[in-house]
Design a protein around this ligand. Structure first.
Ligand SMILES: Cc1cc2nc3c(=O)[nH]c(=O)nc-3n(C[C@H](O)[C@H](O)[C@H](O)COP(=O)(O)O)c2cc1C
Length: 203
């Protein structure tokens, strides 16, 4: 099955880099596999994310479809809604965070920093012609058990990665969601000057 053509999917008001203009969270993936080198490159991009006190609290669990035993383990963690489409992705990842500082005590920025690393992973995916779809819909308790996680490592997200596929391969309801126009809050709701609700920019 073919990859779908890259295009500027996002109707931005202001110019942004193609990495961001082309990124989206697909449910339809091509059946083309993803090389180990590409996976390494995405993890390397994640590794170089900024983090509070350079703690680097992120931990990733990764399996390509070819790594079938591990892939099945990760796929078994998806909830029913995501399982419908995400188990067809050629790469699955679980993103987890070390919740304690190395020196002890709760790291309030652990989830934030896992998010930064995940954003870099996703950016590198797009740079390689791939797409990556983050998901909260998975069974964290099962993940703790299957991945043998210590108490202070919290599984927070999964990511389905692959080359974007033709939406017509999806069940009807998911195809409609895949083709629906993409939306964002207006600028005057997300960017303020030095006072809440004092818009910094308008669309
Ligand atoms: C933390 C997080 C959790 C998400 N969980 C899910 C999920 O469980 N299932 C899903 O289909 N999409 C999930 N998404 C994807 C969002 O729905 C998606 O990013 C949002 O609708 C915007 O669409 P876009 O990524 O195509 O721009 C999640 C995204 C993030 C960042």
């Amino acid at each position: 099955m073919k990859r779908v053509k890259k295009e500027k999917r996002n109707p931005t008001t202001y110019e942004i880099h193609p990495l961001y203009a082309e990124r989206y969270s697909p449910r339809a993936f091509s059946d083309e596999g993803v090389s180990r080198e590409a996976v390494a490159s995405m993890l390397e991009a994640a590794r170089w994310a900024p983090s509070c006190a350079n703690e680097q609290p992120w931990v990733f669990f990764v399996a390509r479809r070819e790594e079938s035993e591990d892939f099945e383990k990760l796929a078994s963690l998806l909830d029913e809604g995501n399982s419908r489409w995400a188990k067809s992705a050629p790469v699955l990842v679980v993103g987890a965070a070390r919740t304690q500082w190395a020196r002890g005590g709760d790291n309030a920025y652990a989830a934030h920093d896992l998010g930064l690393a995940t954003a870099q992973l996703i950016g590198q995916a797009v740079a390689l012609g791939l797409q990556a779809h983050p998901m909260a819909g998975f069974y964290a308790d099962r993940a703790r058990e299957v991945l043998a996680l210590p108490e202070d490592i919290a599984p927070l997200t999964m990511i389905a990665i692959g080359y974007a596929g033709d939406p017509s391969i999806l069940p009807e309801d998911l195809e409609a969601r895949e083709r629906a126009p993409r939306s964002r809050r207006p600028m005057d709701e997300i960017a303020f000057g030095a006072r809440f609700n004092a818009p910094y920019l308008k669309d």
